[in-house]
Design a protein around this ligand. Structure first.
Ligand SMILES: Nc1ncnc2c1ncn2[C@@H]1O[C@H](COP(=O)(O)OP(=O)(O)O)[C@@H](O)[C@H]1O
Ligand SMILES: [Mg+2]
Length: 638
């Protein structure tokens, strides 16, 4: 085998330019043989069907009759008559000889050239190759198949283009290709490879398209193929005795939007509004859960809330994050070239996260932390960057424990830099058509490594959420930092909740639309609310107190400007002074030592007291007019 492989590589090296070109052209035509597509059995029960290409391609999910429903995925394309099929093969043959495909260029451009040439060929050779007519219908059908075969994945193209398919795997010859479907999860398809060489060629073809090499000597490929899909494949029987295998994990072009997640009750609109306020203010957020629980999906949906002008850098091992905006730098790790001890050129997540800091992101997003990159992320958060990440853990305690153990090694004192954590789980639903769902089970705010405040919780009995924003330190924090009373902030949260609710009711699920609405809201909230015709309902919490508070002279006002805990217990400024004076003095000292204004977040890094105490001290200082906070910077007032 090694001998054979050497020959292969050797042969490749001495190929002349001319031969290479020829080889490529042949590849275009030959690659789709040996793939079997079974027709839909008419006795099957149809569970779902949707059109992927008007008039030409459709997906039908159907199950054989019987008690247990076992869905099968059917690719159904407009059929070609034997005569048309023969003609199509001939056209493809001629095309690959005549076509000068632009080397670089937009897909659309390439498609245009191919279509123009196809039409020319069809006209010129119509009789010779036996095309029945040149009606628009026939021409469009030929275009469809030419696109599919020359630019797409041939008979696999429908599966590749189906946005509901998450991944595609081929475990060997004569075995149906399996897909992971958004609505039906794992199921077999009516497509299979029935020719060993065809399967091998398919893998070589994909690897080459990604600029990678695969052979008996290098039987494993892991590559990003075009469309940002991730290919993992094994070649021939070297390590997979049943022959070549591959899995394509599709990059989701249309990620779940926050509206879709709210619609399917992963979280509710109030929680959405809460996350929105947090993300607007550069909070650091960690999503935890098991593999496949939907962490990355939620993370992605939440990124839409990030303030438009903020710069986002993402670092991932697999390209999964997809943010509908331009100001976004994306990094994906690279596997090493070569084998074993000669590994070279690998770029690990750790390197990416380190590099990403040079880009000065407002938000640093790490797909999933597992190793030392977590430490870098926490350093970034400690220096004022917003951080967003996921970690694999079953609950908050084990997540924190994981963070503090090797290889992540986050110092205990840094844990409190995390503002909030959310646990997402796949749960069983009671008495619903759907058997399981994904739910944000808990949202906590982090006080330190051992203390968390519960902000939201899912109730399995009613399948609803209980929220308690009065308990929120983060909202308190945002209120102080921006000089907004907590009541006003709660009203703002309420209004955003109403907007999300409106998007839910009107099924505004498309991510670009969602993003553009959020953008407009940032630009001018009142205008958007008015233009969309949203009526903001009365919040269930008292608002009148706010008017009172504004009317009262500041000095006479009890410290009810914000904290409900304080308001509830009726703590006066004097009482508060007793409690937080030493901490307040410490903070003032710290600012004095800096001899200049200090970023708000630094107060938390530099003051060795619990977060809630620091927040109260800050409120005290503000009420006493000893400090002012403008644009996230704290200044001493003389
Ligand atoms: N709310 C959801 N509804 C339907 N499918 C979901 C949902 N969240 C995630 N998924 C799907 O589940 C799979 C795993 O989700 P992902 O977010 O990657 O999980 P994790 O990051 O926790 O491993 C993906 O195929 C994704 O599309
Ligand atoms: Mg993930």
């Amino acid at each position: 085998m090694v001998q054979e492989a050497k020959k292969e590589i050797g042969a490749k090296e001495i190929k002349t330019g001319e031969e290479k070109k020829k080889g490529k052209k042949e590849e275009l035509v030959k690659q789709w043989r040996g793939i079997d597509v079974k027709p839909l059995n008419p006795s099957f029960e149809i569970l779902d069907r949707y059109v992927l290409r008007e008039k030409f391609a459709e997906v039908i999910i159907a199950a054989p009759p019987g008690k247990v429903v076992e869905p099968i995925y059917f690719v159904v394309e407009t059929p070609l008559t034997p005569q048309e099929e023969a003609a199509l093969e001939k056209i493809k043959d001629i095309l690959t000889k005549e076509l000068d495909i632009p080397k670089i260029g937009e897909e659309e451009e390439v498609r245009k050239v191919i279509h123009e040439t196809t039409l020319k060929v069809m006209k010129k050779y119509r009789r010779a190759i036996g095309i029945p007519s040149l009606s628009d219908e026939v021409v469009q059908k030929f275009f469809y198949y030419i696109d599919r075969d020359l630019m797409g994945f041939g008979p696999l193209n429908v599966i590749m283009e189906d946005y509901k398919v998450e991944d595609i795997s081929c475990d060997g010859l004569y075995i149906p290709i399996y897909v992971w479907h958004r609505d039906f999860e794992s199921m077999p398809t009516n497509v299979s490879f029935n020719d060993r060489e065809a399967l091998d060629d398919f893998i070589i073809h994909l690897a080459h398209k990604a600029g990678k090499h695969v052979s008996s000597a290098f039987p494993i490929v892991d590559a990003m193929i075009y469309g940002k899909h991730r290919l993992a494949a094994t070649f021939r029987e070297e390590i997979s005795p049943r022959g070549s295998t591959f899995t394509i994990r599709k990059f989701r072009e249309k990620p779940f939007s926050i509206t879709e997640l709210i619609l399917s009750n992963v979280l509710n609109s109030e929680m959405g509004a809460y996350f929105w306020l947090l993300l607007e203010h550069k909070a650091s957020l960690m999503l935890i859960g098991a593999t496949g629980s939907g962490k990355t999906t939620l993370l992605n949906a939440l990124t839409t809330f990030i303030k438009p002008r903020m710069k986002i850098v993402t670092c991932e091992e697999t390209a999964e994050i997809n943010i509908p905006r331009d100001n976004w730098v994306r990094f994906v790790t690279r596997e090493s070239y070569g084998l074993g001890a000669t590994e070279r050129g690998a770029v690990a997540l750790f390197d990416l996260v380190k590099t990403s800091l040079r880009y000065r992101p407002d938000y640093l997003i790490v797909g999933e932390v597992r190793g030392e990159e977590a430490f870098v992320l926490f350093q970034a958060i400690a220096t004022g960057h917003g951080g967003l990440t996921t970690v694999h853990a079953e609950d908050v305690e084990s997540a924190v424990k994981r963070l503090m153990s090797p290889p992540m090694n986050i110092p205990e004192t840094h844990i409190s830099l995390l503002d909030a954590m959310a646990l997402i789980q796949r749960v069983q639903l009671r008495g619903k058509a759907q058997l399981f769902g994904r739910r944000v089970r808990f949202v906590w705010e982090v006080e330190d490594a051992h203390r968390y405040r519960k902000i939201a919780e899912w109730d399995p009995v009613t399948d609803t959420f209980r929220v308690n924003f009065a308990n929120s330190l983060q909202l308190e924090n945002i209120s102080i930092m921006n000089g907004v009373s907590k009541e006003d902030l709660m009203l703002e949260l309420w209004r955003r909740k109403e907007l999300l609710e409106w998007m839910r009711e009107n099924k505004i699920t498309d991510n670009d639309r969602v993003a553009s609405i959020i953008l407009s809201y940032y630009a001018d909230p009142e205008k958007l609310i008015a233009e969309a015709g949203i009526t903001v309902r009365k919040p269930p919490f008292p608002v009148a107190r706010r008017a009172e508070a504004v009317a009262k002279p500041v000095a006479a006002q009890p410290v009810s400007g914000g904290s409900p805990q304080l308001a509830a217990t009726g703590v006066s400024l004097e009482e508060l002074e007793k409690e937080v004076k030493p901490i307040a003095d410490y903070i003032v000292d710290a600012i004095l030592r800096r001899s200049g204004p200090i970023p708000y977040w630094q107060i938390f890094v530099k003051t060795p007291y619990p977060r809630d105490v620091i927040i109260r001290a800050m409120r005290y200082l503000k009420e006493k007019k000893r400090i002012d906070i403008i644009g996230g910077v704290v200044e001493l007032m003389e």
